[in-house]
Design a protein around this ligand. Structure first.
Ligand SMILES: *[C@@H]1O[C@H](CO)[C@@H](O)[C@H](O)[C@H]1NC(C)=O
Ligand SMILES: *[C@@H]1O[C@H](CO)[C@@H](O)[C@H](O)[C@H]1NC(C)=O
Ligand SMILES: *[C@@H]1O[C@H](CO)[C@@H](O)[C@H](O)[C@H]1NC(C)=O
Ligand SMILES: *[C@@H]1O[C@H](CO)[C@@H](O)[C@H](O)[C@H]1NC(C)=O
Length: 378
């Protein structure tokens, strides 16, 4: 497709240049303008071809993909601002940087966040799409907090799980690269209201590369939308990845610090027509506390693990219906080509599914999250 359009462009340019050759003696100024116009077109085309090639490289086999138009425009007009606590950047805090962005912005805004510990409660409203948090690979900035569900909010009421998040993203097209999200509230077994979210992602088409998420109960609230996690580290104790997002986790390291039997995921698909579910691919499940791979928060909870190494901390049963047997016939809990002591299928609940190639296929590529239209290189 790309080569055909470049051929068309060349033919088009050739026809135009033969026209100028004839007309050039008449008006030199116009010729300069024309040259500018030509080189602009060439550059523009090169830029597009490059972006297309990059995207195609990232999604093997995705020929002829069409990038979401809004995202395309945002990407073409991106801007960078920096956040540095020592005053050498554009802003000292992430919050100030976010407040400087006009609502309903249509450009991609890259916040280059310099190393440091940022104790800020971050909220990105729906009106601020296309925000990217970019940290330094060798020294990622830490976004930290310690709110829990039971902490009293400004209105005098408990925050609840939803508002306990250190960073909450309601906007679409959010990207984070090399960022550490943290909630340091200690987890006490049996305590009510101990949920302490590090990141809540509620916007759609969000991607996280090389990020880490530290918490205990309810670390990562994968609330709703299409999400992609690549090369991320996620640590927690109870239900530490939860929500009803439709998400692909690739090359991720899931670390359980549960002090008694707990569950790694609590996926909340609550009716069979809901397009939600977590898919973990090429990942590692390890840590120190015993876990189920998932427990059914919603009746139709859906979780798939493929090509994943499972350490001995995975309970032989593998999955939990959270004490509600009607869910046994409704949930979709699949495993495909996993390895390690925790992947031993002897002892699995009878309603766990060992997926065939055909059944696994829909879950094991970025197409699972419609990545073709919105995943761009970090
Ligand atoms: C401020 O922080 C930046 C980024 O971490 C660093 O490169 C720079 O040397 C620091 N400047 C001063 C004056 O401390
Ligand atoms: C992410 O981490 C990998 C190493 O694990 C590194 O090669 C890559 O450059 C990192 N990506 C970015 C965008 O920093
Ligand atoms: C949360 O952190 C703040 C600031 O470090 C501290 O003052 C507060 O005691 C902490 N709250 C809890 C419940 O640990
Ligand atoms: C799986 O577990 C059973 C029961 O503990 C054990 O007998 C069997 O050898 C294990 N299989 C593998 C491949 O480790």
């Amino acid at each position: 497709m790309a080569s055909k359009s470049s051929l068309q462009l060349i033919i088009f340019l050739l026809s135009l240049s033969s026209f100028t050759l004839k007309s050039s003696p008449l008006n030199l100024d116009r010729e300069t303008d024309f040259d500018k116009w030509i080189s602009w077109n060439v550059r523009d085309h090169q830029k597009k071809a490059l972006l297309q090639a990059e995207s195609a490289g990232q999604v093997p086999g995705a020929g002829g993909r069409v990038l979401d138009e809004k995202l395309w425009k945002a990407e073409m007009n991106k801007v960078r601002i920096s956040v540095c606590q020592n005053g050498t950047g554009d802003f000292k805090t992430i919050t100030e940087a976010l407040n400087s962005i006009p609502p309903y912005n249509s450009r991609r805004v890259i916040l280059e966040i310099k190393p440091g510990v940022y104790r800020e409660k971050i909220s990105i409203p729906r009106t601020l799409p296309f925000i990217t948090f970019l940290g330094k690979f060798s020294d990622p900035p830490t976004l930290t907090g310690n709110d829990t569900a039971s902490v009293t909010g400004a209105d005098g009421k408990p925050l609840k799980t939803f508002q306990s998040a250190t960073a909450a993203v309601d906007a679409n097209y959010f990207v984070a690269i090399n960022i550490k999200f943290e909630n340091t509230a200690p987890h006490e077994i049996g305590s009510v209201g101990g949920q302490a979210v590090a990141l809540r992602i509620s916007g759609t088409k969000a991607a996280f590369y090389n990020c880490s998420f530290y918490g205990a109960q309810d670390t990562l609230y994968d609330h709703k939308g299409l999400h992609y996690f690549n090369n991320c580290f996620i640590q927690g104790s109870v239900d530490f990845i939860f929500g009803y997002g439709r998400s692909l986790y690739e090359n991720c390291y899931l670390n359980s610090v549960a002090k008694k039997k707990a569950s790694l995921t609590a996926q909340k698909r609550s009716n069979p027509s809901q397009e939600s579910g977590f898919s973990f691919k090429n990942s590692v499940v390890t840590g120190s506390g015993l876990v189920y791979l998932g427990r059914a928060w919603g009746d139709y909870s859906r979780v798939v693990f493929s090509f994943t190494f499972m350490d001995k901390i995975v309970l032989p049963q593998g999955w939990s219906d959270w004490g509600d047997q009607k869910r046994d016939t409704r949930v979709f809990y699949g495993e495909y080509k996993c390895t390690g002591p925790g992947a031993n299928l002897t002892g699995r609940v009878p309603w766990a599914r060992i997926l065939t190639d055909e059944e696994a296929k829909p879950f094991i590529g970025t197409y699972y999250i419609d990545g073709d239209t919105w995943l761009i290189s970090p």
